[in-house]
Write a protein that binds this ligand. Sequence first.
Ligand code: GLU
Ligand code: ZN
Length: 494
Amino acid sequence: MSVRVRYAPSPTGLQHIGGVRTALFNYFFAKSQGGDFILRIEDTDRERYSDESLQDLYDTFSWLGIEWDEGPDKGGEYGPYVQSERFDMYREYADKLIAEGKAYKCYCTPERLEALRTEQQKDKKAHQGYDRHCRDLTPEQQAEYEKQGIKPVVRFKIPLDGKTVFHDVLLGDVKRKNSDISPDPVLLKSDGFPTYHLANIIDDHHMNITHIMRAQEWLPSGPLHILLYQAFEWDPPTYCHLPMVMGKDGQKLSKRHGSTSLRDFIAKGYLPEAIINYISLIGWAYDDSREFFDKADLEKLFVLEKLNKAPGVFDYKKLDWFNGQYIRKLSDEELKAKIIPYLQDSGNVDNPPSEAQDAMLNGLIPIVKERLKLLSDIVPMTAFLFSDISGYPAEDLIPKKKDAASTLEILKLGRPLIEKMAELGPDGEAQDEALEAAFKALSEESGFKLGELLSPLRVAVTGSRVSPPLFASIRLLGLKTALERIDEAVKKLE
Ligand code: GLU
Ligand code: ZN
């Protein structure tokens, strides 16, 4: 039987990095096995449903370049792929379970259930959860409730004794005493809508899903799902609950740790290649050393045997490092196309860029490529080219362990070398080398370290202690402006 796996998000929020990893693992597993990857929308929770999150799902996966073989937008022979379009089927199956004595109608009002909860909270030792009040109603009692017009929910009969066991590819045998499973979960709500459990099981069965790969937080639902498969007399799929995604502090990854929605990562200027590569390594490793994988590699190499049991840690710094690596792999043209939108958003570059801006961009790419971690870094990194920088504090000019007087001296020593940079050689590397030699000579002569000579000039020209290479920055800015800025710095110190 060929592998069929699914990603089954509920459109109730933006695509979370953990969900994206679940999708990627399913996708890569399907591809490595020559199987199919299916998208199914689990929109049974109509209160939390939002169009925006559905759109976000499509946008983010198209950005990643991940395509499903079957799904709402693609079609396929097992559709519809949206649960709200399959409601009739769920009701029929709930009725079937009732007819077979495996499920029952519960007429308890929300008020009764609330009172029950309050009661149970007072007495911690008491049995928690639904008290099976309606499990064995007589037909007369049922008729009485019906007469009162109460709309029932349908509950599943969890066996009162025995245990449920299932095998998880990663975790081994998972056992649960049936008496420990929360009693008699709702399958169908009073408005006729199915709950997650019912719809999920029915769809996985009817869509011929062979493997369930999902986050470990769904593990507690496993025994109930197995009991449902047994009740329907269907073979359950193979289970593989994926290792958790944690923050560095060992807590479940959340907003406290940083961005968690893929949309945020996209806005900050991560590349899809970096996201795919890094995320695939959370809880999975090909071997002890290899770090770089592109989509095509993973489509071949991803196997379940190499999943980790232990939770994976989401390391933002490592992701940034990967992103920098992938930025360096872009051609100058590709990088230019990717950074232009950021510069346009910040108002620094016109849409489309003017001729002068275009020339500036061409000069910019080679000097920033080695330094960018995120595409959005381009804005602060090049702000000095586009806007007034004079607002920096005078102290920033002063190198460590120096004072204002010696910094003034430094600026006055350095300025003439900058002023005649054009005489030292043609724009580019040759000029850089000549300038470096000149500054080294100045360092020996003056007793100031090379860094001490360059740092105040860097702050004077760019307004910041970190910038692209100084001499190239001056060429891009224009010598005249650079010298004016050095003079302003001198005034600031005086
Ligand atoms: N709709 C569920 C979710 O949002 C699917 C869980 C599962 O894969 O069974 O995560
Ligand atoms: Zn009841």
